[in-house]
Design a protein around this ligand. Structure first.
Ligand SMILES: C[S@@+](CC[C@H](N)C(=O)[O-])C[C@H]1O[C@@H](n2cnc3c(N)ncnc32)[C@H](O)[C@@H]1O
Length: 278
């Protein structure tokens, strides 16, 4: 009788082989609707980029469907915040649109105890810039207060820590860097003694609490409304109108076009614009 030299066939050890989980993409639209409803950011036009981003976000957390993510963000506030941090764009830098900042500073100098709100402030550069400019013009720290708010928790943490990269300071002349920062390994740390009049808070401008953060002489809201649709732009400026003092001024970014409304009238000063409450 002839026997084959039977080789033992290797069987895969199932538990040691990672079978990639199939991702179920059903439910993305619900997530995008949720984000828009909660924070105003309209991501529908960027559908495919955002789909890839959120899918990766899910897989890193071993969540294998958009539906599951959608359910989880309703009860998991940490996951919800991480998702918001993922989808918000925090690009900013010191002395961004300097001429507009200077115009606001010229208004601020005329007010004895001026209160300024930056909503949103991202990682804080706008707030620090305004404070630096006011001090450069001789305004002492006891005669102004600047509040920065943003919904992105990582950005607010960075603003509070006051540690910035060289790129973020690229518009600053060396004298200002030396005066207001200490530099180590190409990272710039703000000198805290110059910034006792500023504070940062994580808040959603559509939260109920936002309306009780005080009354302001000047509100900056640059480069956030571009991510909203007209309905949310109107809701936002209605909220700003209720936070502004009667003679208050609102400064928007160049690309932040607002729909016709009864809250503000647009004014121009040497090709720079701002809004006054009606
Ligand atoms: C591009 S940054 C603008 C920062 C700064 N104002 C500037 O112009 O350099 C836009 C910021 O808007 C914030 N944002 C978006 N929706 C928000 C909301 N509903 N409440 C508060 N902040 C929001 C984002 O987290 C992001 O940091």
């Amino acid at each position: 009788m002839f026997f084959w030299n039977k080789k033992k066939v290797e069987q895969p050890i199932l538990h040691s082989v990672e079978k990639p989980q199939e991702f179920n993409t059903y439910g993305l639209q619900d997530i995008l609707h949720y984000i828009k409803r909660e924070i105003g950011v309209d991501l529908f036009a960027k559908n495919s980029i955002i789909e890839t981003k959120i899918k990766l976000f899910c897989e890193r957390r071993e969540i294998y469907s958009f539906r599951k993510l959608f359910e989880s963000i309703h009860h998991d506030s940490i996951l919800r915040q991480e998702l918001i941090d993922l989808v918000t764009v925090n690009e900013t830098y010191f002395y961004r649109e300097e001429a507009q900042l200077e115009l606001a500073v010229s208004f601020a100098l005329a007010i004895k105890e001026v209160k300024i709100l930056c909503a949103p402030c991202a990682s804080g550069e706008e707030v620090y810039s305004l404070s630096m400019m006011l001090q450069e013009k001789g305004k002492d720290q006891y005669s102004f207060k600047i509040t920065g708010i943003d919904i992105n928790s990582e950005a607010i943490e960075k603003a509070q820590n006051g540690l910035f990269s060289e790129r973020s300071l690229h518009k600053l002349e060396p004298r200002l860097k030396d005066k207001f920062f200490t530099c180590k390994d190409k990272n710039y740390s703000v000198k805290k003694e110059y910034f006792s009049s500023i504070n940062f808070t994580k808040i959603n401008i559509f939260d109920y609490d936002f309306l009780s953060i005080g009354k302001y002489d000047i509100i900056f809201s640059r480069n956030m409304l571009i991510y909203f649709d007209d309905e949310f732009r109107l809701k936002t400026i209605e909220r700003f109108a209720s936070l502004l003092k009667p003679e208050g001024k609102l400064f928007l970014g160049h690309a932040d076009i607002i729909p016709d409304n009864s809250y503000f009238t647009k004014h121009s000063d040497h090709r720079l614009s701002y809004y006054i409450k009606n």
